[in-house]
Design a protein around this ligand. Structure first.
Ligand SMILES: O=C(O)c1ccc[n+]([C@@H]2O[C@H](COP(=O)([O-])O)[C@@H](O)[C@H]2O)c1
Ligand SMILES: Cc1cc2nc[nH]c2cc1C
Length: 352
């Protein structure tokens, strides 16, 4: 099936925005005191097109795949950890599994291209493109057809999901390399300012990783367009995630973005369809070096900063209750009028 970019119109209902802002401004709090929670409530209200938005049946997808470039020693851990962690997700023992369970979020693992084959299991979708990508330090990680199939897979998976909120997670040894290359290529930020320790490289390991990534950039100089860059550098899990983001955005689902790798997928998606960004809530600022730069480049503020660098969707699951709180604030918090609380008197000015 061919990939067609779905229609993602800009959300610009000025009347609803004004009503949301007014509703929040009349809540029983000093003006502006709800801070980022009010911004979040406003954003969710706009995405779901309601003054009383309700989040339903949150779905967390853990997109998993392996990376040819991992054979170059760019990760502190071996590729086998990818399939082993898939087992851990399915058994409910991974960090994201615990957090998803805590918050009533449905976790589904998507095998987008892990090097091992899995028996069918509950909570596992098998959408394998190949057993890992090719090594992008030698040439494109995937061909255009593989990239297109991954994008379509992501779109189809989201189309079939219940609920109105999608939380993005991923697992793939070597995928901070793929994400770094995508971010460097598509933003113009220098690769050396993006590359980081991933699963925990030491200073020498980081130097080696940067040297390998330089080779990958040189091996794919012509991959300038978003989809070319995605095929050149991206993992199958990142490409599938791009399709998922585009579909979720076109359906006006709330998209909760995890860390650096999920952020790189959102970068590709928003270069294809800029209005997708309006539907994205950035859960946290990861400790991975390039993440702060990427968030800055996108012009977005994350909700949390906990020093996490885990991936899996763990940051998205941790941020989830804040989205729930934002909706409850809109819905249940009293206004000055309804609670009979005095607002500032007209003409009163705050002492300096
Ligand atoms: O989400 C992040 O910001 C993040 C930062 C560093 C590492 N990770 C996770 O670690 C793995 C990739 O790290 P690496 O060193 O193998 O490229 C992959 O499974 C990611 O989920 C994730
Ligand atoms: C153990 C482990 C768990 C992870 N979860 C996401 N990436 C990971 C990488 C490692 C190494």
């Amino acid at each position: 099936m061919r990939f067609t970019l779905p229609d993602i119109p800009s959300i610009d209902d000025a009347a609803l925005l004004a009503q949301l802002q007014h509703k929040l401004d009349r809540k029983t709090a000093p003006l502006g005191a709800l801070g980022a929670l009010a911004l979040l409530a406003r954003q969710i209200g706009q995405i779901l097109g309601s003054l009383q938005p309700r989040l339903r049946e949150p779905q967390l997808l853990v997109f998993a795949a392996d990376h040819g470039i991992a054979a170059r020693g760019v990760s502190a851990y071996p590729s086998d950890v990818t399939w082993q962690m898939v087992g851990n997700f399915l058994a409910g023992g991974a960090a994201v599994s615990v957090l998803a369970r805590q918050h009533g979020i449905t976790q589904t693992v998507v095998d987008c291209g892990v090097r091992r084959d899995f028996a069918p299991a509950e909570g596992l979708l098998i959408r394998k493109i190949a057993h890992g990508t090719a090594d992008s330090s030698l040439g494109p990680a995937m061909d255009a057809g593989q990239c297109e199939r991954a994008l379509v897979n992501g779109m189809q998976i989201v189309r079939a999901l219940p609920g109105n909120a999608l939380l993005l997670g991923e697992m793939g040894i070597g995928n901070t390399s793929a994400a770094t290359l995508l971010v460097a290529q598509l933003t113009g930020i220098k690769m050396v300012d993006v590359v980081g320790a991933g699963t925990g490289l030491d200073a020498q390991g980081l130097l080696h990783k940067a040297a390998v990534l330089r080779e990958a950039l040189a091996a794919n100089v012509r991959a300038a367009e978003p989809l070319q860059a995605l095929a050149a550098f991206g993992g199958f899990e990142i490409a599938t995630m791009v399709g998922a983001v585009l579909q979720a955005a076109s359906e006006r689902r709330v998209i909760v973005v995890d860390g650096f790798i999920a952020g790189s997928a959102v970068l590709v998606a928003t270069q294809l369809a800029p209005a997708a960004l309006q539907r994205c809530v950035f859960a946290h600022r990861s400790d991975e070096r390039g993440h702060a730069r990427l968030l800055q480049w996108l012009g977005v503020q994350p909700l949390l900063d906990l020093g996490l660098r885990l991936g899996e969707g763990s940051g998205a699951a941790l941020a989830w209750p804040l989205l729930q709180s934002a909706c409850l604030i809109l819905d249940e918090m009293a206004s000055f009028e309804s609670a009979g609380v005095s607002d500032k008197s007209p003409g009163f000015s705050t002492p300096a």
